[in-house]
Ligand binder design. Sequence first.
Ligand SMILES: Nc1ncnc2c1ncn2[C@@H]1O[C@H](COP(=O)(O)OP(=O)(O)OP(=O)(O)O)[C@@H](O)[C@H]1O
Length: 308
Amino acid sequence: MAKLEVQNVSAGYHGRSVLRDMDLEYGAGIHVLLGPNGAGKTTTFRVLAGILAPFKGSVLVDGADPHIHTEIKSLIALATHRSALAPRLSVVDNLRYWARVLGLPPGHSEERIAEVLHLLGLTDLADRRIGSLSRGQNQRAGLAKAFLGQPAILLLDEPMSGLDPSTTDQLINHLRKLADEGHTVVVSTHALADAYRFADDVTVLQDGRIVGRGEPAALRTALLGTAYRLRIRGSGDIPAVLDRLGHHYEQQQQGAVIVEVPDEEAAERLVADLVSEGIGVREVVPARNPLEDVYQQLQTESTASDAT
Ligand SMILES: Nc1ncnc2c1ncn2[C@@H]1O[C@H](COP(=O)(O)OP(=O)(O)OP(=O)(O)O)[C@@H](O)[C@H]1O
């Protein structure tokens, strides 16, 4: 098993940050990175794969930085919609080329190539040039390349887009098998249904920040949660009082804190408690759950893609 760690990473393009203060830790399993268009999923993968160097923070694979120890990159395979396969070569010749690059033993590589072709339903298309394939077929060829060297860490950027239902089922079964064998599989998607269907855990990304992480069931509760989120500002040491009262809170800029309470009655009780502890409460306003915003965006995107 390979462990992938992201510590306090900010990264982006031309000096502009797309990802901000990202912390992640992935081990064996299927991890879903969920986020609407432009949230930063592909950028995250480029950083994880060692293609894009972060502005700050570090990415560690089994404790080593792939930007420094470049040999570690061989533990990682990245598949995106741009498959990086040669358009004039056939599917099988592309895979032969990559088998050599990856150093697969010559005696074993033809057998392995046949396996991945079969897995992705590409056996009958093996001699077709990449440039002549449909988008979905191209996507499958890119996945075949990613699976070829049996990497410890697989980063799959929207792998289901363009796949038909039976290939999708086959792919999910294969990912589950790999995860059970100890591989670290990270799958990005903007489809909530994917997250519920096969994720061991889900990380929700919006505007380059992680806004939620958990098991799919816990995420569903958080997305549809009924808790009241209050933003409170006032004079006095509010965090110290909240600690004393046993409330969890998030500290925000300008001295504001966010507290979650189960219902309106609890909200009123909290304000009364703060006042009786000597806090001069100046502002109590409902705070949106950031996950609710993401949820609405994802719903809108999936409705739009269903209509096309
Ligand atoms: N090469 C690049 N140069 C400059 N900006 C970029 C580049 N690639 C991505 N971006 C910007 O970074 C932000 C995040 O993009 P990214 O592709 O990582 O998002 P995403 O979550 O993968 O989106 P999608 O679901 O649409 O593929 C976007 O605002 C995008 O415009």
